[in-house]
Design a binder for this molecule. Structure first.
Ligand SMILES: [Zn+2]
Length: 82
């Protein structure tokens, strides 16, 4: 799912969920996108980056393993630093 920020010809900005960018294109082409505030059908993407929803159940990324620079980081307990 992709959340697009849309803007009507009167400047109302609202968010709408789409399955993917192709669904936005088809709905935009079909004229079924309307502003919830004024009902206007002249709707286009607002200039914002789309946010992509994480799918439920997706495992969280593992935290990065701690690393030390040569010379030691001074904050870890690894032995053998140069
Ligand atoms: Zn509007």
């Amino acid at each position: 799912m992709i959340l697009y920020s849309l803007q009507c010809a009167k400047g109302h900005v609202f968010d709408e969920w789409f399955a993917n960018s192709a669904e936005y294109d088809s709905r935009s082409a079909a004229g079924t996108l309307t502003c919830p505030e004024c009902g206007g059908g002249d709707v286009s993407k607002a200039i914002m980056a789309p946010r992509v929803a994480k799918s439920a159940g997706e495992p969280a990324p593992a935290p990065a393993a701690p690393t030390c620079m040569p010379g030691g980081c001074g904050a870890c307990s690894f032995a053998g630093h140069d």
